[in-house]
Design a protein around this ligand. Structure first.
Ligand code: SAM
Ligand code: SF4
Length: 324
């Protein structure tokens, strides 16, 4: 069995799998204000097609799959999909990224289906700011989901995208969620895709100084936590960790291990740029598993050494179409 390696020697073993472009929220930095033309249902991969792609990928040693979207839980049957992904020989971990508003109602079933962990997005704990960012209410539902995940023993990471002048005042409180239990709170640097272009990220050094003013010295964690790009810190008296994911200011491409599959079946080797492989056309055109595997290997060989956000290579797809 071959391992997927790119031309820079990086092993690719992680797939971010978007199962829908639709979402029940309208985060201002993710969805365009003028509204969205949803992808027609027929153009979205069926679960059977997704499973076939993931089986082929497991054959080239993709080990971990993150189910994402849009909001993955607006697609009916997401729990069944998780179960089927978990049952694929070679797949070790299946996790999900959710906005958390619908999650509470699905967690017991997801846990039973074998979900290994969940990332929950939370950009504000202030009702008015949450509504300004997402267009809806939902803080109570998110906290209920966080509590239920804790009861089920499901590891939770909270992801927050700090935006200058929008949710700066939330940074300290959201970080404070890592005080008790084993929650990880990660601050994700805004990437300049689609609707995000008019907002400004808060640099990590500013986040660190806000947190240190409130909680004292942030101590870097030297042990490796997870297999993603976050750098983690601890704080005195905290049982959870604080992480920073800064694609622009601290480029982490050297350790990139991932591919991204959009809900329409476009496989992207990098979040930036427009390079993609139309797997839907291959599947629906009758390609054999071998042909699809070879096409994936060829795409991986073209994976760029690093993203091109800093040189204007934003690509044309917004985050809700790619899956984050
Ligand atoms: N709806 C789910 C959610 O919100 O977690 C999953 C999909 S969402 C696209 C995945 C993650 O991407 C979220 O944590 C969201 O905050 C983040 N995101 C969206 N647009 C972004 C941007 N321009 N820069 C950085 N992160 C972004
Ligand atoms: Fe929906 Fe997630 Fe985008 Fe917010 S960040 S609009 S929850 S897909």
């Amino acid at each position: 069995m071959t391992t997927l390696k790119d031309s820079f020697g990086r092993t690719i073993d992680y797939l971010r799998l978007s199962i829908t472009d639709r979402c029940n929220l309208r985060c201002i930095y993710c969805m365009p204000a003028e509204g969205v033309a949803w992808v027609p249902h027929n153009d979205i991969l069926t679960f059977e097609e997704i499973i076939r792609i993931c089986r082929i990928m497991a054959g080239v040693k993709i080990r971990n799959i993150k189910v994402t979207g849009g909001e993955p839980l607006v697609r009916r049957g997401a729990t069944e999909l998780v179960k089927n992904l978990k049952n694929l020989p070679g797949i070790e971990k299946v996790t999900m990224t959710s906005n958390g508003t619908l999650l509470g109602g699905y967690l017991d079933d997801l846990s039973q289906a074998g979900l290994d962990a969940v990332n929950i997005s939370l950009d504000s704990v202030n009702r008015a700011i949450f509504r300004r960012i997402t267009g809806k209410d939902g803080i109570e539902q998110i906290f209920a989901a966080i509590r239920r995940a804790g009861e089920l023993g499901l590891p939770v990471k909270i992801n927050c995208v700090p935006l200058r002048g929008v949710n700066e005042c939330d940074v300290v409180n959201i970080a404070g969620l890592a005080k008790k239990g084993n929650l990880m709170v990660r601050f994700i640097e805004l990437m300049p895709l689609g609707a995000a272009a008019v907002f400004h990220p808060i640099p990590v050094k500013d986040l660190i100084s806000m947190l240190e003013k409130e909680y004292g010295f942030l101590m870097p964690v030297t042990d490796k936590i997870g297999n993603g790009p976050a750098s983690y810190y601890t704080l005195s008296g905290f049982t959870g960790y604080i992480g920073f994911i800064s694609a622009l200011s601290h480029r982490f491409c050297a350790g990139c291990n991932r591919l991204r599959l959009s809900a329409e079946g476009f496989l992207k080797p990098c979040l930036s740029g427009n390079m993609e492989l139309d797997l839907r056309a291959l599947l629906r055109g009758g390609a054999s598993d071998k042909k699809i595997e070879t096409a994936i290997e060829e795409l991986v060989m073209c994976k760029p050494e690093q993203h091109s956000f800093l040189s204007g290579g934003h690509g044309q797809k917004e985050m809700f179409r790619i899956g984050g």
